[in-house]
Design a protein around this ligand. Structure first.
Ligand SMILES: Cc1cc2nc3c(=O)[nH]c(=O)nc-3n(C[C@H](O)[C@H](O)[C@H](O)COP(=O)(O)O)c2cc1C
Length: 207
């Protein structure tokens, strides 16, 4: 079993990574492997709504890791997205990346448990957390919860490690995701298939 993690921060070993690493350690305690995609500091294009991915399954922009991540997420059993909080939202690069990772590709991610983790110095974490969960809840991905909204506080990794409640929230999230993954595995072995997917009824407005 494998959980893919995305670190949306420009800092590969910063606060967001510190939170993700606690979730990863807990998953690994339960025998679940993890790997991490680092967004880094290179520009990430936003979605240009060209719809080319409807046919190809991949984004027309091929040089910023989105398409590799499509394949890695398809192969994974679960997904955790981490983002720093910028102006009470996920940072711009992670939103640009996720727009293109999910748009017209997310059918392949259905029924994979997912969770968001945010890091912030002071405030705005819950708005950023809500925004990230939107990707999962429009994609039939069961959202894994913890004992509070998944945020850590601090401006350095050292400060984040001092956030004892934040650390506990990350450990609980790892435990809960491992438990759900094992339940899904046991269900599959017992012949419980995921629900049938109805054809999409797309109403562009309601009246
Ligand atoms: C452009 C920008 C906007 C930020 N906005 C907020 C904010 O709204 N609330 C907050 O608490 N911290 C804010 N911060 C601080 C970051 O959230 C904090 O430094 C981050 O969680 C560090 O994570 P990292 O080390 O993984 O990059 C902001 C930082 C930057 C660079």
């Amino acid at each position: 079993m494998h959980v893919l993690m995305l670190n949306g921060s420009p800092h590969p070993k910063g606060c967001t990574y510190t939170a993700l690493s606690i979730v990863a350690a807990q998953l690994e305690k339960h025998g679940i492997e993890t790997s991490i995609v680092q967004l880094g500091v290179k520009p990430v294009s936003g979605c240009i709504a060209c719809n080319a991915c409807v046919k190809s399954g991949y984004c027309v922009f091929k040089d910023d890791g989105v398409n590799e991540c499509v394949d890695r997420l398809k192969a994974a059993d679960g997904f955790v997205v981490g983002s720093p909080t910028y102006y009470a939202a996920p940072n711009g690069a992670v939103c640009a990346f996720l727009d293109r990772l999910f748009f017209r590709k997310s059918a392949a991610y259905a029924f994979k448990p997912a969770a968001a983790v945010v890091s912030c110095r002071r405030g705005g974490a819950s708005a950023a957390f809500d925004r990230l969960n939107k990707y999962f809840t429009i994609s039939r991905m069961p959202v894994v919860s913890s004992q509070y909204w998944n945020a850590v506080h601090g401006n350095t990794p050292e400060e984040v490690r001092q956030d004892a409640e934040g650390m506990q929230i990350m450990r609980t999230l790892g435990d809960n995701m491992a438990w759900l993954l094992r339940c899904i595995e046991a269900g599959r072995a017992a012949g419980i298939a995921p629900p049938a997917v109805e054809p999409w009824i797309a109403t562009n407005f309601v009246r």
